[in-house]
Design a protein. Structure first.
Length: 255
């Protein structure tokens, strides 16, 4: 399927308020393709989640390289920097709001990490405009919209979509874990997403590896056909009961 068609179907069935984003981890020697209208990619130091937000809200093509990374855990998760012993044993106070060394160490050790040094940069762009082969498609929406994607996955596999969230470093799940496992990821947006990327209180994140994209879109179409919809249709064929005063008044008016 063409990315424009996939984008249309995602918006048709999900009615998204921001656009789906194509994400590619770039290896050394890969070139960034310019868009058809001549627009250049945007590049400045920022967290990955902020770059994602610029793509989904502004429609920008965003390229972030190793030296652009300002989030240490994000840089580790994407394989741009090594997970040094001081990080893995919890000595470094990251995340700063986790106050025990043991808890920090567990987060650092369990965080999904791409192979160190394999990729030189991360490229994101609205799916409909993408001129490269993405590794994952990232979609933000409200829980009801994301449930439709969960239902679409289950339609073909029967396997539940397992959600894992740290309350931070979401890119380690919706990019790194999705690429490493080949499975869709449902992520509660954490601190960086909300503070730096303007992710709203009603927004959560869902990512789809390219190998799963066609199946998810088919699942959306088929489950829609069988009555699973967004907005979720209410069941309105039941008989309601009004207060007795209303019944008495109606009886009086009908006399």
């Amino acid at each position: 399927m063409k990315f424009t068609e996939v984008n249309e179907k995602l918006n048709q069935y999900l009615r998204l308020s921001t656009v789906p984003v194509a994400v590619r981890m770039m290896e050394a020697g890969e070139e960034v393709v310019s868009t058809g209208d001549g627009q250049k990619f945007r590049k400045m130091p920022m967290p990955v989640c902020q770059g994602m937000s610029l793509s989904r809200r502004y429609g920008w093509k965003v390229l972030l390289e190793r030296e652009d990374m300002i989030c240490p855990l994000g840089a580790v998760a994407l394989g741009f920097v090594p997970a040094k012993p001081e990080l893995l044993d919890g000595s470094m106070e990251v995340p700063y709001w986790v106050r025990t060394r043991e808890a920090r160490a567990k987060i650092a050790r369990n965080l999904s990490k791409l192979e160190e040094g394999k990729y030189k940069s991360i490229l994101s762009e609205p799916l409909a405009m993408a001129e490269f082969d993405p590794h994952v498609i990232v979609i933000y929406g409200n829980p009801a919209q994301m449930v439709r994607l969960v239902q679409s996955c289950i339609y073909l596999t029967g396997e539940p979509v397992v959600s894992s969230s740290y309350g931070c470093v979401g890119c380690g799940t919706y990019i790194s874990k999705a690429m490493l496992t080949g499975e869709c990821q449902f992520v509660l947006s954490g601190a960086g997403d909300r503070i730096f990327a303007a992710t709203q209180d009603d927004e959560v994140c869902f990512s789809i590896p390219m190998s799963r994209l066609e199946g998810v879109v088919k699942g959306l179409e088929e489950t829609h056909r069988f009555g699973m919809r967004y907005p979720t249709p209410s069941y309105l064929k039941s008989q309601v009961e009004l207060p007795d005063t209303y019944k008495d008044l109606l009886t009086y008016l009908q006399k």
